[in-house]
Unconditional design. Structure first.
Length: 399
């Protein structure tokens, strides 16, 4: 490639808007849009001091931006939601420094969609090879042990895997809403015992005289998002050092801008005749998928979490023609009881120490096979009627 210039950036603001406009950014889910990634940086939710140092890679031709890779240098594994302690322990056994490591993902967002960005009518394979080579050179020059692409976009990942990256399977939960017309239709898929449980859980809020309010689009303002941040912060504080409180209040405030509001769905629980919420949950949508992100509550009320994080979002998603609901990380048992089935998620890795690379690549095929077996066993236990349980196995394992 001729007239190519390689640049590294410690902030997305170093690239001007007219340059972003030259890249193919259509169709990105919210968490991988440039404005979302900028908001995470500009709100200081990530920084070098917080262990997320932006080290974005850009490719230029004649001052035109033709390729871009969102990347971060990490000195810990928090906020990734893929637990790589097995790799960290191996590095320790080999007397290697596991950190820092290079990560490609949307910070704090365990949601598939990561890829490099390319200019229109560019040689995508050629640019991918060039960017990967420069990442390799950067890692070797700075004695970095690994590069890790998490929550990858499937088609892009296939290209990178062909170029030598090792694949590692983990799992997450997804609810398929395709063909479901209303909440009663959703309930009809469960066996009688679980249908009764879900109805009982929803009735618990009625007995508490609680109602759920839903806000979207222009109804979402800074005041509401500041309230949401307070609930998020309070919930995280319950877990002490393990609370996963990553996002600042300023990040939530930035989401009140017009470019984000149409992607936000907020659910709040209220007592009779009160506009003050006692609990809130926060979801993101692109019109096809709904992603559950954060929640918090001022009161410990039975089944309130299930209503705000599962049932109310499921009902809203069905009413708005959403095809799938990803409820977020954690709580797999709670999710399976409500019809979420397990799917495999793929991450891609390269280790620059030959010993570590060889040992992990030898281990991965067996580990991936066991993950697929575990997914199959979990899905067999879903509380569906037999006919619907069989349909689970017709869906792709890799989401």
């Amino acid at each position: 490639m001729r007239n190519i210039d390689i640049r590294w950036h410690t902030s997305l603001v170093e690239i001007k808007k007219q340059h972003w406009d030259t890249l193919m950014l259509d169709g990105l889910i919210p968490f991988y849009g440039i404005e979302w990634l900028k908001a995470v940086e500009n709100s200081e939710s990530i920084s070098r001091e917080r262990g997320w140092q932006p080290i974005h890679l850009s490719i230029w031709r004649d001052e035109n931006l033709v390729g871009f890779a969102p990347l971060y240098l990490k000195v810990h594994s928090y906020g990734e939601f893929i637990f790589d302690q097995v790799f960290e322990r191996l590095a320790e056994d080999l007397d290697l420094n596991y950190f820092p490591k290079i990560i490609g993902m949307s910070p704090f967002s365990p949601i598939e969609g990561y890829r490099f960005f390319y200019g229109h009518n560019e040689d995508i394979l050629g640019l991918t090879k060039l960017m990967l080579k420069n990442i390799d050179d950067f890692a070797c020059k700075n004695k970095i042990l690994s590069c890790n692409f998490l929550y990858i976009e499937k088609e892009w990942g296939e290209v990178v895997e062909e170029l030598g990256y090792a694949s590692w399977l983990n799992q997450k939960s997804i609810l398929n809403l395709s063909g479901i017309k209303n909440f009663s239709d959703y309930l009809s898929k469960f066996n009688s015992n679980q249908r009764r449980n879900i109805k009982r859980e929803r009735q618990a809020l009625i007995k508490e005289r609680l109602s759920v309010d839903i806000k979207t689009g222009c109804q979402v303002d800074k005041e509401i998002l500041i309230q949401m941040h307070r609930f998020y912060e309070k919930h995280c504080s319950k877990w002490g050092l393990w609370g996963s409180k990553y996002l600042s209040e300023r990040f939530f405030m930035l989401l009140a801008s017009p470019q984000f509001r149409d992607q936000l769905v907020l659910f709040s629980a209220h007592r009779e005749n009160s506009s003050q919420p006692i609990a809130m949950s926060f979801c993101i949508t692109n019109g096809q998928m709904l992603w559950g992100r954060y929640w918090g509550s001022d009161e410990n009320i039975d089944c309130l979490h299930f209503e705000l994080c599962y049932y109310a979002p499921i009902s809203w998603a069905i009413e708005n023609g959403i095809q799938g609901f990803d409820p977020g990380a954690g709580g797999a048992a709670h999710k399976s009881r409500r019809g979420f089935h397990s799917v495999a998620i793929k991450s891609l890795h390269r280790w620059y120490d030959l010993r570590m690379d060889a040992l992990i690549r030898q281990w991965l095929p067996r580990a991936n096979t066991l993950t697929l077996q575990e997914i199959g066993e979990k899905n067999k236990e879903l509380p569906f009627k037999s006919i619907f349980l069989c349909l689970i196995f017709l869906t792709p394992v890799i989401s």
